[in-house]
Ligand binder design. Structure first.
Ligand SMILES: [Zn+2]
Length: 274
């Protein structure tokens, strides 16, 4: 029951997150949403999370312009994540903090996919909340010096990659994001999350690099319906074609949710003694 209520709430939060991601640094999150191409204001039945996008085949009702796949993806991910947190045995306050952390991570992933940039304030807010979450949920691991060091320790390899490649292999934003990942998961699992992100990222981007920009260009087109936003995004993505943030976040959420459920993935894989 809690799962369903949290999940439905997640759908609504997810559609708000879409607005946040889209308008961050551009304009206020208040005000009505319109089609990115023709400017037609959306009616209530065009804004039902996931359902409206599917019913309209991912296109605007009026001008039939493609509507970004980001919308249903963010809504569905938030719903599933919230449902999971609702189903967990975490105390109420930790569930609320957990929900905010999840919402932030989804925003960061979506924004990074669009712009290959991670907004500083989101990365730092996540880091702060991750530390708070560790205080609140002591069963994940006792709060110790190791816990405090977990953030910088997890960020270190990515920071080194950024530093030695002069920002070509890795963005500094990814290192800032890893700070929060370390604090959320602890040192061992934090580093494992970074490692996992490289594996998943490598598997996904190796064929991408082979097929090169053409494939990526089509993804960019799907995510950015108007020509202006496409130019903007394409301008950004030329520099570092594949954002690393979404891989880090995916890997982090999987490890985080397993540890919330009392499963230590490192022990489960036999990498740590139980
Ligand atoms: Zn339209």
């Amino acid at each position: 029951m809690t799962t369903i209520v949290f999940g439905l709430f997640g759908l609504i939060v997810g559609s708000f997150l879409n607005v946040v991601v889209l308008r961050h640094g551009v304009r206020s999150t208040l005000g009505r949403s319109g089609c990115m191409s023709c400017g037609t204001q959306l009616r209530w039945y065009d804004m039902i999370p996931v359902v409206s996008w599917l019913a309209l085949g991912g296109r605007c009702r009026v001008c039939r312009a493609r509507v970004s796949f980001q919308y249903p993806l963010v809504e569905a991910a938030t719903a599933v994540g919230f449902g999971f947190i609702g189903a967990s045995s975490l105390p109420m306050f930790s569930q609320i903090i957990g929900g905010i952390i999840l919402a932030l991570l989804i925003c960061i992933a979506a924004y990074d996919m669009l712009h290959t940039i991670i907004p500083d304030e989101w990365a730092y807010a996540f880091a702060g909340l991750a530390l708070l979450f560790q205080f609140l949920v002591p069963h994940i691991g006792s709060f110790s010096t190791w816990m405090v060091l977990a953030g910088p320790l997890t960020a270190l390899p990515l920071f080194a990659l950024w530093f030695f490649s002069h920002g070509r292999w890795m963005g500094l934003g990814d290192a800032k994001l890893a700070l929060g990942i370390g604090w959320l998961l602890g040192p061992a699992e934090g580093l494992f999350a970074v490692f996992g992100a490289f594996i998943v990222g490598g598997v996904v981007s190796a064929p991408l690099l082979v097929v090169s920009s053409e494939w990526w260009r089509r993804i960019v087109q799907k995510f950015t319906p108007t020509q202006t936003s496409r130019n903007l995004v394409w301008g950004f993505t030329m520099k570092s074609e594949i954002p690393f943030g979404p891989f880090l976040i995916l890997s982090c959420i999987i490890l985080w949710f397993s540890s919330i459920n009392g499963i230590d993935p490192l022990q489960a894989l036999g990498l740590l003694p139980s």
